[in-house]
Design a protein around this ligand. Structure first.
Ligand SMILES: [Zn+2]
Ligand SMILES: [Zn+2]
Length: 365
């Protein structure tokens, strides 16, 4: 095995450097994978752009511990297995019995296994909340090799699954968790705001529940076309000004039953509070660059809403792997741009502009 590898190292907002670093080695309970590819998540992009969630706001300390290698949407082949891997604690949800050459995906969070939430099975809410790519002990997939720590939740994936599908396992697992939270029924008018990678994952997942109407909102017409192909009954560009009229027509004037916010734009929160019916379910998925302001009394006195937050992908990796592999979950053209690591500036720019791109990824093939 080579001893040096190419890696994109985070030193600070806008301070990402392409470096030759040591290939990690597997200690007790650890595995090393040769990375095939790694998607750029909205979170990676917001860290790159200097979001306060990641770099602190003067009061809160920064979440990112530098230097770190970014990226948590990665897959690869096992090239080294450390001692003691057979006794690995995995909280009963991930695979075991790994061998050299296995192709694997890893959950973004490496749960501590010790806190109240880990013990309850809500490992995605783990208090130390260590996510790949943001901590210097937990380097991610923006490198040729990555170390999977002993806490990590690792799953085998089929060898013949196309890389462009495999790169969607992590984001789609998050989309599926959002749909789990939404508890969609057959009589529901469901609005999904945002038809990027995650919104599309939600649409193709929600289709299985056969709601009365499944509607996607986006400002980008190209994305709306894809949303339609992925199973929406209707798409609406909110900039065209007829959103409320259409939702009222579909819902007898009451408003939508379920509103899933997946844009990360404050205006989408306000819009959701306006078009949702009384007693409706509001699902918040996004990470925002800055705090959002809205009329909070709509939630209580105004509409008695059920508010559900969504974080990460609790228990959804196995069904994301299966759904993507079988084709039950649509994924055509979602990974829209592939870059080499050395072109990272261009890759982040493409990912940020959203023009013509849905999911941007690095590959090492
Ligand atoms: Zn992600
Ligand atoms: Zn924990």
């Amino acid at each position: 095995m080579q001893t040096k590898m190419q890696a994109l190292v985070t030193y600070g907002a806008h301070d990402y450097r392409l470096e030759k670093v040591d290939v990690p080695r597997a200690g007790k309970g650890e595995m090393i994978i040769k990375v095939e590819g790694c998607g750029i998540c909205a979170g990676d992009l917001k860290a790159y752009e200097g979001g306060t969630v990641f770099w602190g706001d003067g009061k809160k300390p920064p979440y990112v511990e530098v230097p770190a290698i970014g990226g948590h949407e990665f897959v690869g082949h096992i090239v080294e297995i450390g001692p003691g891997i057979e006794e690995k604690e995995t909280y009963g949800i991930a695979d075991k019995d790994f061998k050299i050459g296995d192709r694997v995906a890893v959950e973004q969070i490496a749960p501590c296994g010790e806190c109240r939430f880990c013990k309850e099975g809500n490992y995605h809410l783990c208090v130390p909340h260590n996510v790949y790519g943001f901590k210097n002990y937990l380097n991610g997939g923006f490198a040729e090799y990555a170390k999977l720590t002993k806490e990590s939740l690792v799953y085998k994936i089929p060898e013949d699954m196309p890389l462009k599908k495999a790169l969607l396992i992590e984001p789609y697992a998050c989309s599926m968790h959002a749909i789990d939270r939404a508890k969609i029924g057959k009589d529901d008018v469901v609005v999904i705001s945002g038809a990027g990678c995650l919104g599309l994952g939600m649409i193709t997942t929600a289709r299985k529940y056969d709601p009365k109407a499944l509607i996607a909102l986006d400002l980008n017409e190209e994305r709306l076309e894809t949303a339609l192909k992925f199973g929406c009954d209707l798409t609406i560009n909110p900039a065209k000004g007829n959103l409320e009229t259409i939702i009222n027509e579909l819902s007898g004037g009451y408003g939508c039953d379920v509103y899933i916010e997946a844009t990360g734009h404050p205006s989408s929160v306000k819009q959701g509070l306006e078009i949702i019916r009384k007693g409706g379910r509001f699902i918040e998925f996004s990470v925002f660059l800055d705090p959002v302001t809205c009329d909070w009394s709509v939630i209580g006195d105004g509409k008695e809403l059920d508010m559900y937050g969504v974080s990460l992908s609790k228990g959804c990796f196995p069904k994301a792997i299966e759904g993507l592999y079988s084709g039950e979950l649509m994924s055509d053209n979602v990974v829209s741009h592939i870059f080499k690591l050395e072109d990272f500036k261009e890759a982040f720019k493409q990912s940020g502009s959203g023009k013509g791109s849905i999911k941007v990824a690095f590959t090492f093939e």
